[in-house]
Design a protein around this ligand. Structure first.
Ligand code: SAM
Length: 292
């Protein structure tokens, strides 16, 4: 199911999720890496990304000069094909390997960094996958995952989603937009949103992520939370926009949604993320080290 869902998603993935390989994507990825590690990122000769999708993390990290030799693995050949096309456009060389995170086809101790973004929540047998991450990492190697859904943060986000759903007719009237589907555009070819519930198999409490890492023998385990206000704002806008004909949503609204999200993301980072417990944030980040 995961392979099929993501193969279908591959063509629309970058535009749907705002995946960017310009300055914005570079800055966003580096900020997440720094946040997870709680320090300036190191330099990694050999990296392996798990569930790399279209290359958001690895390609932006390569552009920042953090990685020499990159291997990107994913269960979906469609995603890897999009990644190869993105890498070609950026002039980057990446090895792609079709692989399930629970059975990695790589030799022991063959990478200095194992990373992933928005992938752990898709993997059914997480203890097995973490054993694989530990096996393929060299001693002293770094484990880094970002963008994992927080169970409590997800519940909190349902409040703005519900409020936006209720306010949507008023909002559409205010901006002069027709309800979605009016012009026969209800489906944009993207995979059925209902399937997201099937492929997203976990949401995490911070302690669950750290236990998985410790259980596989990792040390220096840190779990960090990110995005609270930015996330509520983002979900409110996405929920509203999903109810309207895409071409009826004015450019000025899209600019407001986009810029507002970046401002609130910065506010979360500067004011809230270091002061509030990780559990209430929408996303969790995990960093750990394989003992030397
Ligand atoms: C939400 S997407 C994230 C993609 C990319 N990391 C990003 O941040 O844009 C999840 C990715 O994990 C892949 N995936 C799902 N289950 C997997 C598994 N068991 N092993 C490896 N990859 C998997 C999917 O094909 C998809 O590309």
């Amino acid at each position: 199911m995961n392979t099929r869902y993501h193969d279908v998603a591959a063509d629309h993935y970058d535009s749907k999720w705002g995946i960017d390989f310009g300055e914005l994507g570079h800055d966003q990825v580096l900020a997440k890496v720094r946040k997870a590690l709680h320090t300036k990122p190191g330099h990694y000769p050999r990296s392996l990304e798990i569930g790399s999708g279209t290359g958001y993390f690895t390609l932006n990290m390569m552009r920042a000069g953090l990685i020499d030799e990159a291997t990107c693995s994913d269960i979906s050949p469609g995603m890897l094909a999009s990644l190869t096309a993105n890498a070609g456009r950026l002039g980057l060389e990446v090895r792609t390997v079709e692989a399930d995170a629970e059975r990695l086809p790589f030799a022991d101790q063959s990478f200095d960094l194992v990373l992933g973004h928005a992938i752990l929540h898709h993997i059914p047998d997480l203890p097995q996958a973490f054993r694989e991450f530990a096996r393929v990492l060299a001693p002293g190697g770094t484990l880094l995952f970002a963008g994992e859904p927080s169970r409590y943060g997800d519940r909190l986000a349902s409040v703005p989603k519900r409020a936006a759903g209720a306010l949507a007719p008023l909002w559409r009237r205010a901006i002069g937009a027709r309800p979605r589907g009016w012009a026969g555009t209800a489906s944009d070819g993207a995979p059925d949103a209902a399937l997201e519930g099937v492929v997203d198999v976990h949401a995490f409490a911070p302690g669950e992520l750290s236990s998985l890492a410790r259980g596989a023998g990792f040390t220096d385990v840190r779990v960090t939370g990110e995005e609270l206000l930015a996330n509520w704002f983002g979900w409110t806008n996405r929920t509203l926009e999903a109810t309207a004909e895409p071409f009826d949503v004015p450019w000025a609204w899209r600019q407001y949604a986009y810029r507002g999200y970046l401002v609130l993301q910065e506010l979360d980072r500067r004011l809230l993320e270091s002061r509030l417990p990780p559990t209430i944030f929408y996303n969790l980040l995990l960093a750990a080290r394989k003992p030397a």
